[in-house]
Ligand binder design. Sequence first.
Ligand code: FMN
Length: 191
Amino acid sequence: MKILGISGTHRAEGNTDLLVKKALEVCGEEGAETEFISLSNKNIEFCTHCDICKESPHTCSIADDVAEILEKMNNSNAIIIGSPTYFASVSSRLKALFDRTLPLRRNKYQLSGKLGGAIAIGGSRNGGQEFTTNQIRNWMFLHEMVVVADKTTAHFGGIAVGRNPGDALEDETGLQTVENLALKICDVLKG
Ligand SMILES: Cc1cc2nc3c(=O)[nH]c(=O)nc-3n(C[C@H](O)[C@H](O)[C@H](O)COP(=O)(O)O)c2cc1C
């Protein structure tokens, strides 16, 4: 089982990176092959609605780091996506990536049936993390993915509180939801 973790952070080694890596660590302990991508060092241009991918589904008119990420999505059985909460939403970096996944949807729903799980971190206890995970899940639904949440704690996936880089690792309750999300994904993948 191959599990890809994507962090939508703008800050390398920020809280989102740490949480997605934590989830992958648990998946690794469960026997999964894992790969981590931080969007912090990726060049991701905006989708311009040129519709080239409509005419020719495998193609995109923009040459940047997105093609490599889409290929890794295609090659995984499950995708865990984390985002910092920015004004109760996903980061603009992650949203830009979401929009650029249109060729996968237009190419016979290439992500269909893959498992998905969401993680969000915010500086405030009630800062909109649930809205943020909802946006991630909605993206998954539109790709016909199968969405799971966190085992035992059973809410919306990984939800954590922290403002400065590293704070997330102090949030024991949040870390538990991240670990439980990873466990649930592995449970479902193992059948
Ligand atoms: C522009 C901006 C908007 C933010 N909006 C929110 C918000 O709506 N709710 C919240 O709880 N935290 C908000 N935060 C705080 C971040 O979510 C928080 O610091 C998080 O840990 C950042 O993750 P990172 O370390 O991966 O960058 C915001 C931060 C920035 C810079």
